[in-house]
Design a protein around this ligand. Structure first.
Ligand code: PHE
Ligand code: ZN
Length: 853
C-alpha cells in the first residue's frame, strides 16, 4: 500500500504495512476520445502533498497503458515507467499533472478497466481497474472530485454524477461527491433508456434510468420498481436520502461479477437486472430485486463512506449485504429469507472457512484483491453485523449507524472506525467481539443439558479449528438465542439471548415444572456449527412445535440429514419417521408454501459431503448422489396423494406476478411436481411445459423431464424458442449439465463447450456451463477424473483472456482434501498442471497455490 513501493504481481501485501498516501488529489479532469482499438485518455490532476504523511517518492499506478505525453505544471516530463506504474520527480508543493495515454478497449477481455461488450464501451474499476485507464493513485483512500468529458460517435455517453453539458459528439459529466477511483464509471453506446422519477424525502426530484441494448427495453420495469422501493426503504429504515439529480443503471452482457455500485452510474451484469415473466424465473426476480437494492444501498455504505484500503472490504460489503437482506426480509417473508441465507452460508462460506482458502472476514494479507470478494467477506461479514445488532439491540444499532454516517461521511474508513462508533454509542467493550473480524474458521459449538429440581441448564463449549496461518484460536463472543418448549408443545421460555464469551459456559433456567426441550440458536443467531446429541423423537417434536421458523426448518433438515447419512453409511431404508413428519408438515395449510417448499428440499450433496468429512468419513460423491435419489423416490412413494393435492392446490391462475405470494405457491407446486414426475412418467411436467406462459413454470417442467428422461424434444423446443435470448440460453446450457447423469456429465459439459452458441469470453456463459459442472459433486468428482481434467483444460484456456473469472471458478477445487486418495491425486494433478503454465495469471496462481498448500 505504500506509494513508494508499488506492489509487484505475485507479491504479498499486508494490512500492517499500510501507510497514508503521500499526495492527495484535489480534483481530476478526464477526457475520453473513444475508439475501439485506440482510445485516448487525457487526464489533468491537481495534486497536493498530504499534510499527514511523508511524501516519499511520487508514484502513480498504471498498467497496460501507452503513455503519449506527460507534463507537470505545463512542462513536459519523462517519468520512469514500470509494469505497475510510474515514478517522477515532482515539485515540493501542489502541482498539476497532465498526461495522455492510449488504451485498446476492444482487446480487453479481462473485463477490467475500459472494455467493450456487445459494441458498447463500459468500465469496471473495482478493485484496481482504474490503473488500466490512466495513471493515477489507484487506492481507495485517495478521494477526489471528477469531471469527465466523453468524445465519440455513440448516441449515449454516461459517467458519474450529474450531466453538465453536451453537444454533437461529446458530453460532460461532473460528480460533486469526492470518490475513490474504483467508483469511476463510463458507458457509451447505442442504448435505450427506461425512464422514471423519484421524489426523495426532502422533496428533491431525481431522474432514474435503466439503460439497455435495443431489444431489451421490455425487461426493465421490474428493476425500476425495485430501485424505487430501495430508495424509499433506505429513507425509512436508515434515514438515507439519494444525493444526485440523476441515478443511472446500465445492463452489460459481459461482466465478471453481479453488479457494481459506481457513484450515480451502477453497472449491472445483464443477468442481474433484466427481467420479464417469459424469460426470468421467480428466483431471478427475487435476486434482481436484492442486487438492485444492494448496489443502491452502497451509495451510503461504500460510496459516501468508503474503505481506507482493500483489507477493509467487509466494511462496505458485509454491511451492504446485511442491509440488502433486511430489505428482502421486509419486502418478502423474513423467515424464508433467513433460511435461504443460512443454506447459502453453509454451502459457500462454511466450505471456504473449513478448507485451504479460509481467511478472516478482514484478511491480513493478499496477493490479488480480486480473489477476496468471497463468501467470507460478504456473507460472514453480514453475519457479523447481524450478531452485533442482536447484541446491542435494535435501538442502539440505529443510534450507532446515525453516528457512523454523521462522523464518517466523506471518509475512507476502517473496521476500527466502525467498531469505535458502536463502542462509544453503547458503552460496550467490543475488543473480544472484534475477533470475528480477525479469526478465520467456523466455531464449533457443543451443547449438553442437565435437569435438576426444576432447573434446566445448558452447558456450552466452543472451539474453532486451526485455519491456514492461524493454529490457535481464542474464544469468540457468541450470541445464542434460546427458547424452551414444554412437553405439551407450549413455549415455556420465549426467545432469550445468551451471551457466551468463554470457552465453556453454562446458563440455567429455573422454576420449570417439567423438563423442557430447548430450541437453541434460533434464527441461526451465530454462524457456528452446532453439535448436540439428541434423538429423532426430539427433532420431530421441534419440527412440530418450535415457534421459531428457522429452528423448525432446521429440525426437519437434521432429520433428513440423519436419515440420508444412515442410508449412505449402511444402506438403511429411507426413514419412515422422517417421511411421516415431513408429510404432516407439508399438509399443514397454515404454513407458508415457501417454507414448506424449503422443508421439502433435501440437504445438498455438498452439504452431506461436508458433514461426512466433518465426522471423520471420506465422502463418496457417487453414493451420496444415489442415496439422495433413492430418498426422493421414497418421498414420492410415501405421499403420492398429498403431492398430487399440493400440486393441484398451488397452481396460480391468471397473469404471472413475481411477488412473494404467487412465487411461494409456484415453488411448492414445482417441488411437488419434481417428485410426482418420478411416478407419472412425466405427464404432468410435459403438460406444464406445453402450457407454460412464464419461465418459472417452463424451466421447472423442463428440469423435471431432464431428471427422468433425456428430454430431447423439450430441449430442442426450448432452444428454438429462445436461441436469440442470451440470458435464457445460459439456462439451457446449465440445465443440461446439471441434470446429466454423473458418468455423462463431463462429456455433456464438453459437448456444450464446443457448441456454436458457447463463448468462453462471456463470463455468464462460461459459468452457466462450467459452474453447473462444479456445483454437481457426483459429476464433477466422478471416479474417472474426467470432470477435473475438463475443468483444468478450460481454465487453462480462459486464464490468458479473463484471469478474474478463471480464478473464481478454480475455487471448485478447494475441497479436494476431503476426498479419497485417487480423487485427491487426480485433483492435485489438475491443479499442478495449471500451476505449470508459465504465463498463468497472478490471480489464478494465487488460488492454485493456496488450494495446494
Ligand atoms: N462491489 C460489487 C458489489 O458487491 C462487487 C464487484 C466487485 C463488482 C468487483 C465488480 C468487481 O456490489
Ligand atoms: Zn457490494
Amino acid at each position: 500500500m505504500k506509494d513508494a513501493a508499488p506492489t509487484q504481481s505475485g507479491q504479498t501485501i499486508y494490512l500492517k504495512d499500510y501507510t497514508a498516501p503521500g499526495w492527495l488529489v484535489e480534483e481530476v479532469h478526464l477526457t475520453f476520445r473513444l475508439a475501439p482499438e485506440a482510445t485516448r485518455v487525457l487526464s489533468r490532476i491537481r495534486f497536493t502533498p498530504n499534510p499527514d504523511a511523508d511524501q516519499g517518492q511520487f508514484f502513480l499506478h498504471g498498467e497496460q497503458l501507452k503513455l503519449i505525453s506527460a507534463s507537470i505544471d505545463g512542462t513536459p516530463v519523462a517519468p520512469d515507467i514500470s509494469e505497475e506504474g510510474l515514478t517522477c520527480a515532482v515539485p515540493d508543493g501542489a502541482f498539476t499533472w497532465e498526461a495522455e495515454v492510449e488504451i485498446a478497449p476492444a482487446k480487453n477481455f479481462a473485463l477490467e478497466g475500459l472494455y467493450m461488450s456487445s459494441g458498447m464501451y463500459c468500465t469496471q474499476c473495482e478493485a484496481e481497474g482504474f490503473r488500466k485507464i490512466t495513471y493515477y493513485p489507484d487506492r481507495p483512500d485517495v478521494m477526489s472530485v471528477f469531471t469527465v468529458r466523453i468524445e465519440g460517435d455513440t448516441p449515449v455517453k454516461l459517467s458519474n454524477g450529474n450531466p453538465v453539458a453536451s453537444g454533437e459528439g461529446w458530453a460532460e459529466w461532473h460528480d460533486p461527491w469526492p470518490k475513490p477511483a474504483y467508483l469511476f464509471a463510463l458507458v457509451a453506446g447505442d442504448l435505450i433508456n427506461h425512464p422514471d422519477r423519484f421524489t426523495t424525502m426532502s422533496g428533491k426530484d431525481v431522474e432514474l434510468n435503466i439503460w439497455v441494448r435495443p431489444g431489451d427495453e421490455g425487461k426493465c420495469a421490474f428493476g425500476m420498481e425495485a430501485l424505487k422501493k430501495s430508495m424509499k426503504w433506505d429513507e425509512e429504515v436508515y434515514g438515507r436520502e439519494y444525493d444526485l439529480d440523476i441515478f443511472n443503471i446500465v445492463a452489460v452482457d459481459d461482466f465478471n461479477m453481479g453488479a457494481m455500485e459506481n457513484k450515480g452510474l451502477n453497472i449491472f451484469n445483464s443477468s442481474c437486472v433484466l427481467a420479464s415473466p417469459e424469460t426470468s424465473t421467480d428466483a431471478n426476480f427475487e435476486r434482481i430485486e436484492a442486487i438492485i437494492a444492494h448496489e443502491y444501498f452502497h451509495n451510503w455504505t461504500g460510496n459516501r463512506i468508503t474503505c481506507r484500503d482493500w483489507f477493509q472490504l467487509c466494511l462496505k460489503e458485509g454491511l451492504t449485504v446485511y442491509r440488502d437482506s433486511q430489505f428482502t426480509s421486509d419486502m418478502r417473508s423474513a423467515p424464508v429469507k433467513r433460511i435461504s441465507d443460512v443454506i447459502d452460508l453453509r454451502a459457500r462460506q462454511f466450505r471456504e472457512d473449513n478448507g485451504p482458502l479460509a481467511h478472516p472476514v478482514r484478511p491480513e494479507s493478499f496477493q490479488e484483491i480480486n480473489n477476496f470478494y468471497t463468501a467470507t467477506v460478504y456473507e460472514k461479514g453480514a453475519e457479523v453485523i447481524g450478531m452485533l445488532k442482536r447484541l446491542v439491540g435494535d435501538e442502539a444499532y440505529s443510534k450507532a449507524l446515525d453516528l457512523y454516517f454523521e462522523r464518517h461521511d466523506g471518509q475512507a474508513c476502517t473496521i476500527e472506525d466502525w467498531l469505535a462508533v458502536f463502542q462509544e454509542s453503547t458503552g460496550r467493550d467490543l475488543s473480544q467481539f472484534k475477533r470475528w473480524y480477525s479469526q478465520a474458521g467456523t466455531p464449533r459449538l457443543h451443547v449438553s443439558e442437565t435437569w435438576e429440581d426444576g432447573t434446566f441448564t445448558l452447558h456450552f463449549r466452543q472451539e474453532t479449528p486451526p485455519t491456514p496461518g492461524q493454529p490457535d484460536k481464542a474464544p469468540q463472543v457468541l450470541p445464542i438465542a434460546v427458547g424452551l418448549i414444554g412437553p405439551n408443545g407450549d413455549e415455556v421460555q420465549e426467545t432469550t439471548l445468551l451471551e457466551m464469551t468463554e470457552a465453556e459456559q453454562s446458563f440455567s433456567f429455573s422454576g420449570l415444572g417439567a423438563r423442557p426441550v430447548p430450541s437453541i440458536l434460533r434464527e441461526f443467531s451465530a454462524p457456528v456449527i452446532l453439535h448436540r446429541d439428541t434423538d429423532n423423537a426430539e427433532r420431530a417434536f421441534l419440527l412440530a412445535h418450535d415457534t421459531d421458523p428457522y429452528n423448525r426448518w432446521e429440525a426437519g433438515r437434521t432429520l433428513a440429514k440423519q436419515a440420508l447419512l444412515r442410508m449412505i453409511a449402511d444402506g438403511a431404508e429411507a426413514d419412515a419417521g422422517y417421511l411421516g413428519a415431513l408429510a404432516t408438515l407439508l399438509a399443514d395449510e397454515t404454513l407458508d408454501p415457501a417454507f414448506r417448499a424449503l422443508a421439502m428440499a433435501l440437504p445438498s450433496e455438498d452439504d452431506l459431503a461436508q458433514t461426512l468429512h466433518e465426522s471423520g468419513h471420506v465422502p463418496d460423491p457417487q453414493r451420496i448422489w444415489e442415496k439422495r435419489q433413492e430418498m426422493r423416490s421414497a418421498m414420492a412413494e410415501a405421499m403420492p396423494d398429498l403431492l398430487a393435492n399440493l400440486y393441484a392446490a398451488h397452481q396460480v391462475p391468471g397473469e404471472y406476478q413475481p411477488d412473494a405470494g404467487p412465487a411461494a405457491a409456484r415453488s411448492l407446486a414445482n417441488s411437488a411436481l419434481a417428485l410426482l414426475s418420478r411416478r407419472d412418467g412425466g405427464d404432468r411436467a410435459r403438460a406444464q411445459f406445453a402450457e407454460a406462459d412464464n419461465m418459472t413454470q417452463q424451466l421447472a417442467a423442463l428440469s423435471c423431464l431432464l431428471s427422468i428422461e433425456d428430454g430431447q424434444t423439450e430441449l430442442k423446443a426450448f432452444y428454438d424458442q429462445w436461441h436469440d435470448d442470451r440470458l435464457v440460453m445460459d439456462k439451457w446450457f446449465s440445465l443440461q449439465v446439471a441434470y446429466a447423469r454423473p458418468d455423462q456429465m463431463a462429456a455433456t459439459t464438453e459437448r456444450l463447450a464446443n457448441h456454436l452458441d458457447f463463448d468462453m469470453k462471456n463470463p455468464n456463459r462460461f459459468r452457466a456451463t462450467f459452474g453447473a459442472l462444479t456445483m454437481s459433486p457426483a459429476g464433477f468428482h466422478h471416479a474417472s477424473g474426467a470432470g477435473y481434467k475438463l475443468l483444468a483444460d478450460w481454465l487453462i484456456k480462459l486464464d490468458p483472456l479473463n484471469p478474474q473469472t478463471t480464478a473464481r471458478v478454480c475455487s471448485a477445487f478447494q475441497s479436494w482434501t476431503r476426498y479419497d486418495a485417487d480423487r485427491q491425486a487426480m485433483m492435485r494433478e489438475a491443479l499442478e498442471r495449471m500451476a505449470a503454465q508459465p504465463k498463468l495469471s497472478p490471480d489464478t496462481r494465487e488460488m492454485v497455490t493456496r488450494i495446494l498448500n
